[in-house]
Design a protein. Structure first.
Length: 119
């Protein structure tokens, strides 16, 4: 599921009019409706890919993003830098906010971003 929506967003990010079809809406609605399964059985990479795809094509899915946000410890402990970065970007793009009000998570991602700025 995550690879499908990621690939769809990747293919359509340069041509967003293709992403605004009834079929695309059905795809994203279906994925969003599976938010409980996504957090129960998905990896950090799966959640990151899904959030990135939704944000890239500007699909709102509050229940999905709330469910992923509840997994902040899993993301913090099990995610690589790219997955954490993409997830944070997606939350900022969709809601203008951080993934959670979790100080530990925000501190770690701020340190990652600071390290990237020095590279």
């Amino acid at each position: 599921m995550s690879n499908i929506v990621w690939a769809f967003a990747k293919l359509n990010d340069k041509s967003p009019k293709n992403a605004n079809t009834p079929e695309a809406q059905q795809l994203f609605d279906t994925v969003a409706s599976r938010h409980k399964a996504i957090i129960a059985g998905g990896t950090v990479q799966n959640m990151s890919n899904i959030c990135w795809a939704f944000a890239k094509l500007e699909y709102r899915a509050d229940e999905l993003f709330n469910a992923v946000s509840s997994q902040h410890q899993k993301i913090l402990n099990g995610g690589d830098v790219q997955a954490m970065s993409n997830t944070c970007w997606a939350f900022a793009k969709v809601s203008g906010a951080s993934i959670v009000g979790n100080e530990e998570f925000n501190c770690k991602t701020n340190n990652i971003n600071a390290g990237r700025a020095q590279e």
